[in-house]
Design a protein around this ligand. Structure first.
Ligand SMILES: Nc1nc2c(ncn2[C@@H]2O[C@H](COP(=O)(O)OP(=O)(O)OP(=O)(O)O)[C@@H](O)[C@H]2O)c(=O)[nH]1
Length: 368
């Protein structure tokens, strides 16, 4: 069954949920095969109360829905406009389609690739009517999106033995590193993990205080430096405390750095060495944080960071603030770096593990 069919299946389920359960229990995650709909509906109806997992899923689903509002309405608007002008499947139509995709920030190469593949597909399926062509476009986008993430491991990696897992967050100024750590610390604390933060952004005035605030809010411990201390010293103290205090996770907040600032990039390598000296298999994750509202700029940052340090995954923040969520598509396609988390707002709960199905569904929901 194609992803498109699964999405349609989910839409049908969602509509039925609204009618029959009034949101009492909403299985908004696993896309349901159409033939099993009725059987599954009975099972869901039998569950009289939400389990904590269902409640979490519901919350995550809602975050995606609201966080992607701008991107979704922009996508829908552009596609509706494209289809409103639809006369025939000709060269003009494909030119306009490419422009639409580029405007949604899926990237130039990607837009051409989708357009080329689509021309073949439309010929093959002999799609002529407006509806047929629109469905083929959506199906193709979903398909390309699915393929781009093929074999991608977007899970978080933890230490294999009993030792703290160390997650380092890097990225340019203001992308949302500190905020993301605050949200992630809360996420893992709620899972019962013992979490420690290290405020190694000693560069920006106020960065340490900002992280101290998050630590208070999340009720987790924090290691800070004194005055203008060396970030490496904070990292050292953090790792030591994490080992001695049997912490499960240590999050390291680093100063915003430009990928072409050699000193700061060297400093990052120094931090990694300090970690490795105490824990040879750490850090488990070096997460590059990117601001989705910067569009193609974010892609460029990712390219350069990837070349100069071992990035293990991406966090794409501020998806709620952009109409160009297509950037996720471009990043996955071009860099083969897994998007592990997405930031969908400023609240502590506005962070979700990246879920490709949820994301695609969020984009095309109104068009299916
Ligand atoms: N709307 C929205 N705002 C966000 C999100 N993530 C972070 N922000 C905001 O982005 C701004 C910058 O976030 P910080 O966490 O301070 O960024 P940083 O990367 O630590 O900044 P530097 O320490 O200067 O490098 C803050 O106002 C955050 O509230 C998000 O997912 N959505």
């Amino acid at each position: 069954m194609s992803l498109f069919d699964r999405l349609r299946g989910r839409k049908k389920t969602e509509e039925r949920d609204k009618k029959s359960f009034f949101g009492k229990v909403k299985d908004s995650f696993a896309p349901l095969p159409l033939d099993d709909d009725e059987q599954t509906a009975k099972k869901i109806e039998a569950a009289s109360e939400k389990t904590p997992i269902e409640a979490d899923q519901l919350q995550e689903s809602t975050s995606y829905e609201t966080g992607l509002t701008k991107t979704r309405s922009s996508f829908s608007e552009k596609f509706q406009l494209l289809m409103a002008n639809f006369r025939a499947v000709d060269e003009n139509f494909f030119d306009e389609l490419e422009e639409t995709l580029i405007a949604a920030d899926v990237g130039f190469d990607m837009a051409l690739k989708i357009s080329d593949e689509l021309q073949d597909e439309v010929r093959l399926t002999n799609a002529k009517s407006k509806k047929e062509v629109q469905n083929t476009i959506i199906e193709k986008l979903v398909d390309v999106y699915d393929r781009a993430g093929n074999g991608e491991d977007n899970t978080m990696h933890f230490a294999q033995t009993v030792q703290p897992s160390i997650f380092l967050l890097v990225g340019v100024n203001g992308v949302g590193k500190t905020t993301t750590i605050g949200k992630m610390a809360d996420f893992y604390k709620k899972q019962g993990k013992k979490v420690l933060l290290a405020a190694a952004d000693t560069f920006r005035a106020g960065a340490t205080e900002q992280l101290v605030e998050w630590a208070k809010r999340d009720q987790v411990d924090i290691v800070t430096g004194k005055g203008s201390s060396d970030p490496a010293a904070v990292v050292f103290d953090g790792v030591k405390k994490a080992i001695d205090g049997d912490y499960d996770i240590l999050f390291v907040d680093t100063a915003g750095r430009l990928q072409n600032n050699e000193n700061l990039m060297r400093e990052l390598e120094k931090m990694k060495k300090i970690i490795t000296r105490q824990l040879p298999t750490a850090p488990q994750e070096v997460l590059l944080v990117l601001d989705a509202t910067t569009g193609q700029n974010a892609l460029q940052q990712a390219r350069l960071f990837k070349d100069s340090t071992d990035v293990t995954g991406l966090v794409l923040t501020k998806l709620d603030g952009t109409a160009k969520g297509g950037i996720v598509l471009a990043i996955r396609q071009e860099l083969h770096l897994p998007v592990k988390w997405v930031g969908l707002g400023e609240k502590v709960t506005d962070l979700a593990p990246f879920n490709a199905d949820q994301f695609v569904y969020g984009l095309f929901k109104d068009l299916i």
